[in-house]
Design a protein around this ligand. Structure first.
Ligand code: FES
Ligand code: FES
Length: 169
């Protein structure tokens, strides 16, 4: 069944007709030509398709496009402010936190969402005190909280410092 929907992506509205089974990732990439979210596994396992949905990170390949009308969808490209890079984008460049770059948009979006979760006090599987008001984002916390984003190039040694640098600011 087809359905006409409006998606608001990186501040711009797009009206389109989609099959109701279309994933948000396919709607963005195949229908709207927004290629910043990448398709890695298409099964919710790699994190390459991560976007922010009303500020919370989510996997575009596991989301149905029709469920996200009236939602603020932000991709890695939309994090920039015109020509001004988002601090997380700048930090990835400064720390050389990528090789091929395929996972990078998802890593950056996920890191932005993760910092918001940590600021809100969300515990993780390695949090020593799940009731602590503040999360100390040490290397173990960052590794755990970013574990949904795989990097086939193995650039983790630079990704974690890039995220930690922004977390400390
Ligand atoms: Fe969505 Fe891999 S493409 S998690
Ligand atoms: Fe190549 Fe991460 S930089 S997959």
């Amino acid at each position: 069944m087809d359905m006409e929907i409006t998606l608001r992506v990186d501040g711009r509205e797009h009206r389109l007709v989609v099959d109701t089974r279309t994933s948000l990732l396919d709607a963005l990439r195949e229908r709207l030509g927004i290629t910043s979210p990448k398709k890695g596994c298409d099964h919710g396992q790699c994190g390459a398709c991560t976007v922010l949905l009303d500020g919370r990170r989510a996997l575009g390949c596991l989301a149905l496009a029709v469920a996200y009308e009236d939602t603020e969808i932000v991709t890695a490209a939309g994090l920039a402010d015109g020509d001004g890079l988002h601090p997380m984008q700048r930090s990835f460049i400064e720390h050389d936190a990528f090789q091929c770059g395929y996972c990078t948009p998802g890593q950056i979006v996920s890191a932005v969402g993760m910092l918001a979760e940590a600021r809100a006090g969300w515990p993780s599987a390695v949090s020593s005190d799940p009731n602590a008001a503040e999360v100390d984002l040490d290397d173990a916390e960052i590794a755990e909280r970013m574990s949904g984003n795989l990097c086939c190039c193995g650039a983790y040694a630079n990704i974690r410092p890039a995220v930690a640098d922004v977390a400390r600011r």
